[in-house]
Design a protein around this ligand. Structure first.
Ligand code: B1M
Length: 209
């Protein structure tokens, strides 16, 4: 559909104003909000994710695309309504205690939202207690941990131990990422998965959800 293609292209370009105008227009044409989300916004974000993974675009382009997607999503949210949105599942994501880096985590969160997941953003400097509370209270089936510092990376292990102590480890999948994190480290601490970038994080969540 022409509307959908224009909207996907607008997300890809990171044009928030045009995205808002096109979403408003599509709503005015009585196109269901879920279709606008699935067939246009998510398509545009997916395209930018693939380009990012292939080094065809870089962080600034991803961030402006993410901003455009959020602008479009904000207009759709009230129409989708709490509970009526056909979200694929819930993922709680945060940057671990002692670590304030959030750019990568935010991109992962937005890409997951773009792929149809409900994302609970726990923020930065998140303690094991806060991750545990999220596991107990948000109904998230997947917890995502991000760390950018070699000094904060080991804290991921403590979070996994905390989930084990609370008997939640077999009910919740834990995925990890961030520049210093590796698959070897993920295996060492018994995480369910590691993703080197945001697009891979979406693939990983798809495979675990
Ligand atoms: Co900091 N910093 N920083 N910093 N910083 C690094 C990480 C560093 C490598 C710079 C360097 O020295 N070369 C270094 C770490 C060294 C190390 O540990 N080996 C460092 C340091 C030392 C520090 C401070 C200690 C500096 C100081 O104060 N002396 C300090 C620590 C503060 C703290 O956290 N307590 C600090 C502070 C900061 C700023 C506040 C200034 C700022 C953060 C702003 C913010 O995030 N809001 C900052 C920045 C921007 C960086 C660099 C330059 C860029 C990080 C970034 O945003 N990258 C970084 C150097 C670098 O990486 N080139 C550096 C872009 C982002 C898209 O990539 O976060 O890797 P990334 O995310 C990727 C993947 O990793 C993956 O997907 C993302 C998208 O593809 N991913 C996941 C991330 N999380 C994931 C989770 C997943 C899956 C995938 O599943 C859940």
């Amino acid at each position: 559909m022409e509307h959908f293609e224009q909207l996907a292209a607008s997300i890809e370009k990171g044009d928030s104003a045009n995205t808002k105008a096109l979403v408003k227009h599509a709503i005015g044409e009585n196109i269901p909000a879920q279709d606008i989300l699935n067939n246009a916004l998510i398509v545009g974000m997916n395209r930018i994710g693939i380009k990012f993974r292939n080094n065809e675009v870089f962080i600034p382009e991803v961030l402006v695309a993410a901003r455009a997607m959020k602008a479009g999503l904000e207009l759709l949210r009230p129409l989708l309504g709490e509970g009526s949105i056909d979200m694929k599942g819930k993922v709680a994501i945060g940057t671990v205690k002692g670590d304030l880096h959030d750019i990568g985590k935010n991109i992962v969160g937005v890409m997951l939202e773009g792929a149809g997941y409900e994302v609970v953003d726990l923020g930065t400097d998140v303690s094991k207690e806060a991750f545990l509370e999220a596991a107990q209270n948000t109904k998230a089936k997947i917890i995502g941990l991000s760390a950018l510092l070699t000094t904060t990376m080991p804290y991921m292990n403590e979070i996994i131990d905390t989930l084990k102590e609370a008997d939640l480890r077999d009910k919740i999948k834990v995925i990890i990422g961030g520049a210093p994190v590796t698959q070897t480290f993920a295996d060492e601490i018994g995480a369910d998965g590691y993703a080197p970038d945001a697009a891979s994080a979406v693939d990983l969540v798809e495979s675990l959800a």
